[in-house]
Design a protein around this ligand. Structure first.
Ligand code: FE
Length: 393
């Protein structure tokens, strides 16, 4: 038995933010990040629309990137006092992720992060509130997924939360809100979306329900990401939908080791944070080469290549064509080819790679990767991504 879960409603299209005025409830709390939603006027607009819907509105502002346990607890406290029956989370991935966790602690004050990190073990939500998610970036798709990542800065541990209870009730995918993204963010979040769709398509949990969403998302990213990067707002709109389709696929089919590697390297080096989508973009071609040694995975990658009208007389040739295409997109989007090119220090890399490899193998995303991997193989794979050497094992 498998389960396929999506939000009850996905409103999409320019101006779909207006749907907020039709949300039913008495008290709405709006959770936002550091200020861009306010600066661009979307926060005020959302508040007005909720008031128009007859609701009393309260704000919770200032959710940081990579939201902390403290922020989640603070938000849950505010919710306990205000007793909202509608939670509206708006912004990049972070405020939406944070609000998902606040929601759990609001409805179940006695629960702990230790309880919640057990995958698919949440108590039944929606006893007190329903959840509306409005993304401002085109990548994480947290508006339609069962996931949230919260960081414990005291211990440096990230809590990945996964449960269909935190799949939002309503997603509002309004491309106007994504128009404000700077080009670098467009590139990184766009490649994150591509990685979601490709990993979902080859995942061990892929199925007839997730495949069409993944394939359509892949086609759309290749069609629209470069123009969106160049500032074409028609293309930006399509990217906003593509990342959402990718999210619907990976929320149900899960991911693979590109994400395992990105999760464990993102904050590992003193030379600076590697943005999530940028790390995915760097690793994706190497991981495809590694995974394609598995015949079933090779076939799946070849199917992706065919859907993109790439040519090749064998599955191997088709997979290589897909890798070439991804490499070309990375060049077009000014994404480095290796960790070395990104600026990670060589000595530090060598010192840390074996520990990172071990952690990456243990990441929650490794389980659904189409080809198994040992810590020793992971170390070799990471080393290839550092120097740009070919993956031959
Ligand atoms: Fe991702």
């Amino acid at each position: 038995m498998a389960r396929f879960t999506l939000p009850r409603d996905v409103y999409h299209g320019k101006g779909s933010l207006e749907e907020l005025k039709n949300i039913q409830g008495t008290r709405a709390i709006v959770v936002v990040g550091g200020g861009s939603m306010k600066r661009f006027g979307f926060l005020d607009k959302a508040v007005c629309l909720l008031q128009e819907a007859g609701m009393e509105v309260k704000l919770f502002e200032g959710v940081e990137p990579d939201p902390s346990v403290e922020t989640v607890m603070k938000g849950a406290e505010v919710m306990k006092e205000f007793q909202p029956d509608v939670i509206v989370a708006m912004g990049g991935g972070s405020p939406i992720d944070a609000a998902k966790a606040m929601w759990a602690f609001y409805e179940y004050p006695e629960t702990t992060f230790e309880d919640l990190i057990i995958p698919f073990n949440f108590p039944t939500l929606r006893q007190k509130a329903k959840f509306v998610a409005i993304p401002s970036t085109s990548g994480t798709a947290t508006e339609v997924t069962a996931f949230s990542v919260i960081t414990n800065y005291q211990t440096g541990v990230k809590y990945p939360l996964a449960d269909f209870n935190i799949t939002p009730d309503v997603a509002i995918v309004d491309p106007v809100i994504a128009e404000t993204m700077p080009p670098k963010l467009v590139a990184h979040t766009g490649m994150d979306a591509l990685t979601h769709a490709i990993e979902a398509y080859v995942s061990t949990l892929n199925c007839a329900f997730t495949d069409p969403l993944a394939i359509k998302a892949i086609e759309m990213v290749f069609d629209y990401l470069p123009d969106s990067y160049d500032g074409n707002m028609e293309a930006r709109e399509q990217m906003h939908y593509a990342q959402c389709l990718a999210g619907m696929a990976f929320s149900n089919a899960l991911l693979g080791i590109v994400h395992s590697m990105a999760h464990k390297t993102g904050a590992a080096f003193s030379t600076g944070h590697i943005p999530h989508g940028c790390a995915n973009a760097i690793y994706l071609p190497y991981v495809i080469k590694y995974n394609a040694k598995d015949k079933t995975a090779e076939k799946r990658y070849a199917q992706i290549a065919k859907s993109l009208n790439l040519t090749g007389t064998t599955d191997k040739a088709l997979v290589d064509a897909l890798i070439d295409k991804i490499n070309a997109y990375n060049v077009r989007l000014n994404i480095p080819k290796t960790l070395q090119e990104f600026g990670v220090n060589e000595d530090e890399f060598k010192e840390k790679v074996s520990k990172i490899a071990e952690l990456a193998v243990g990441d929650a995303c490794t389980g659904s990767n189409p080809r198994p991997i040992t810590p020793a193989e992971m170390e070799k794979l990471l080393t290839c991504t550092y120097y740009g050497t070919p993956v031959t094992f």
